[in-house]
Write a protein that binds this ligand. Sequence first.
Ligand SMILES: *Cc1c(COP(=O)(O)O)cnc(C)c1O
Length: 394
Amino acid sequence: MNSTSGTLVPSKSDGSLSRLDISKLVLTLTDSPKELPPPETLKFGATFTDHMAIATFNPSKGWSAPEIKPYSPISLDPASSCLQYSSTCFEGMKASKAYHGVDGSVRLYRPDMNMRRLERSAQRLALPAFDGDDVLELIKRLVMVDKRWIPSSSGYSLYIRPTVIGTRSELSVSASDHAILFIIMSPSGPYFPQGLRPVSLLAVGENVRAWPGGTGSHKVGGNYSPGFLPQQIASSQGYDQVLWLFGNDAQVTEAGGMNFVVIIKQEGCDDYDFITAPLDGTILPGVTRSSCLSLAGDPSFQQATSLRLRTVERVYSMQDLTEWFTQGRLLEALCIGTAAIVAAVNKIAFEGKVITLPEHEAGLGPVGMALREKILAIQEGRDEYQGWSVTISE
Ligand SMILES: *Cc1c(COP(=O)(O)O)cnc(C)c1O
């Protein structure tokens, strides 16, 4: 079926070909380091650090020695597979600095999950194989080289963008046997310019983000550009993001480039259901989604936050949402993903009607706030939870 189950483990590089070998790393430092911008001026993903990492794959030799070098443009043949046929996949992950009286160590948040997903995405596009653990070693080295770029205020972090592109330079439509893997990094503040202020969603059914048998469960470039026009239309109508629907029954799937969750008061008691769409192949298996599901279902988290939650992965539709809303049971709607962690939704427009959500002074309701605070504390080394936050040693 779909490969979100993790059963399709990519083969390591062919025995006769070189693997991505960190012991061969070639390090070239910039002689003109940039000045660090003030954190409050950072726009998501718009500023890049001094260095990047890069390695190339060629079918006769395998992976080249990885390089860390000054951030610079890449030169590509105009016939390159990635430019012609979108053979490109990527990851989005975070490095944070543990501060606030903690040890100042540099941490990555659940990087193994990003590496397994990158392996699956590359495999789905028939790009050359690599071992995500090798990529992770390269990421760690790059993060340490550009350590001074990790902002040290809460909610700020270094966003890491590993990318793999197909560089076969022939126009015949087939798998790319050449590739470039590169990693760039961007110091980032809150994903939405309004910070914790809630976002509004326009539910869209005529354009779909993903479909059964498609590539929606992979982070492949081709999934995103078809969403730009619907996003532009939503913006022009005053909405922040698109809520992606699927099927004649308007199933609720994802919001923009994030997973989507609703908090529903259970009937006849004060417990809450934490509801999100199941990983049926049309949903991107988010690291944040997985983290929120684990936390929401963890009795110790529930006890510490006085929230009684039941996690539910199920198909639900705009009709369900509308019913829960009219019954007064729709308490919170949340967009969740690495960049924003958790963002509250204040309204959802669908077919001319608007569902409004309760406003909270803090910007997030109790469930969204508890999850966001907990994940931030784990990322920033204030809370050692399940080994999710991995320290990088020099
Ligand atoms: C990356 C992404 C997410 C969120 O995944 P995280 O691992 O939590 O960052 C959700 N939906 C889509 C479409 C995405 O591309």
